[in-house]
Design a protein around this ligand. Structure first.
Ligand code: FES
Length: 64
């Protein structure tokens, strides 16, 4: 039986995801995941997409 997946929305920050899931890129290919719980960037500023690197809090400008 698989573990339930939880997605927590943080105020002005990432989506924190824990549980049983796979992260895939825009082509549907799996993205390496080193932790059971990950923070997915939703501001577009992270330099380690799709993961959050804290740039949302540092005010680093969005470079698209
Ligand atoms: S949400 Fe943290 S860098 Fe984008």
């Amino acid at each position: 039986m698989s573990e339930e997946t939880e997605i927590m929305v943080t105020p002005d920050g990432p989506l924190v995801v824990r549980g049983d899931f796979v992260v895939v890129d825009t082509h549907g290919d799996p993205v390496e995941r080193r932790r059971d719980t990950v923070a997915l960037c939703r501001c577009g500023r992270s330099r380690i997409q799709p993961y959050c690197d804290g740039s949302h809090a540092a005010g680093r400008p969005f470079t698209g």
